[in-house]
Design a binder for this molecule. Structure first.
Ligand code: ATP
Length: 360
């Protein structure tokens, strides 16, 4: 499918887009009322009608309680869903809303509610209507933040969330085709004004896209770049799995303590930097209790660790040097230390209050 393709999506093309969901028991369609997700609903309904047997389709709209028009938009989605013969639910995001990081908090709440709706409907998948345009914007946002290969891989077609598969069947479809599909079907849709609100990063970047396209970087180029990086990322993940096995096989140390990840420093040092970084990240994610750390902080930790390992391997041995702790740092609720030629990653002890730690 090309970017300048303004042709509606044919029933045959849609059949391919949804083929992998044919034997699912039920699906949740995440529909905001915007053009992309209304097109997803219309395409999925047409596809389902063409099947003798197939999944039950449940349309879900989340009302974040942030815009007054949201309730009306949800009713409009319900009306259309009913016309198409589909079940519809509106779920509300209740509770206090943060003053900063509102889009991220709203997204988090939305995915939580969608996963809950899937569980209660017996659905295996939640389908969203992310398009190739969304993929390009995500890549650009992450590029500006200086993300690594994993972040620049942007959105995956399939991912897991609370035991439910999050699927993005339209990830390689340009938005122009979805709009053309709705026009042909004479279906109306609403445009969320926050999509053009220049106080948010994504709309500002979206506004830059025509200029970048004029320089040759269109959404197809960006989406292709993220697909290439996703491929490279998957390969590095497999290498990291292999490195974990290699470290276990080479390890002549004592049996690992429960709840602590530990590597032989000399074997760890022989691995490529990207793999060392991911091993650290995995161990911190597994044993820390403050969520994933920032990539830059893991890079700084690895640099300090590399230096300490190098010193421990090349420096002059002193009496008792073997057991000395050469590095001790906390990151994202994990305690990382180097002692006795081994790197240990364990849960960090709970932080003491300021008064308790004064003078230490
Ligand atoms: N209020 C909503 N109710 C149900 N589904 C929604 C809602 N908002 C968004 N979605 C689903 O998510 C898709 C992406 O929407 P949008 O691009 O606005 O999300 P976002 O805030 O950028 O977050 P992300 O892209 O990370 O999901 C939509 O196509 C739709 O399938």
């Amino acid at each position: 499918m090309s970017d300048d393709d303004n042709s509606p999506i044919s029933a045959r093309a849609a059949k391919q887009l949804f083929a992998e969901f044919k034997s699912a028991p039920a699906l949740v369609l995440a529909v905001s009322g915007g053009p992309d997700s209304v097109a997803l609903m219309w395409l999925a309904a047409r596809w389902r009608r063409s099947l003798a047997r197939g999944p039950e389709l449940n349309v879900v709209t989340v009302d974040h309680g942030l815009r007054t028009e949201a309730a009306r938009e949800a009713r409009e989605v319900k009306r259309l869903a009913t016309e198409l013969g589909l079940a519809h639910r509106t779920l509300r995001w209740r509770g206090a809303k943060p003053t900063t990081g509102l889009p991220a908090a709203a997204r988090e709440a939305r995915y939580r509610l969608l996963a809950q709706a899937a569980r209660s409907a017996g659905a295996s998948h939640v389908l969203t209507a992310h398009t190739r345009d969304d993929q390009a914007e995500t890549l650009l946002m992450r590029l500006l933040r200086g993300s690594g290969i994993a972040g620049l891989s942007a959105m995956a077609r399939l991912s897991m969330r609370d035991g439910i598969v999050l699927a993005r069947p339209l990830l390689d479809v340009p938005k122009s085709q979805l709009i053309a599909t709705l026009k042909r079907a004479r279906i109306g849709f609403v445009e969320d004004p926050t999509n053009r609100d220049a106080s948010f990063t994504r709309p500002r970047l979206r506004a830059l896209l025509p200029q970048l396209a004029a320089e040759g970087g269109d959404i197809r180029t960006f989406a292709r770049l993220s697909a290439r990086l996703a491929r490279a990322n998957a390969a590095v993940e497999v290498l990291t799995d292999g490195a974990e096995r290699f470290l276990r096989l080479r390890d002549r140390g004592p049996a690992p303590q429960p709840g602590v990840r530990s590597f032989e420093a000399s074997s760890f040092a022989s691995l490529p930097e990207e793999v060392r970084l991911r091993l650290l990240l995995r161990a911190i994610n597994a044993h820390g209790h403050e969520g994933p750390p920032e990539l830059g902080k893991v890079e700084a930790l690895l640099a300090a660790l590399d230096q300490a390992v190098e010193l421990s391997m090349t420096g002059r041995p002193r009496i008792g040097a073997n057991d000395r702790t050469l590095l001790k740092q906390t990151l994202a609720g994990a305690l990382i230390s180097l002692a006795g030629g081994r790197i240990h990653i364990a849960p960090a002890p709970a932080r003491r209050s300021k008064a308790g730690s004064r003078g230490e």
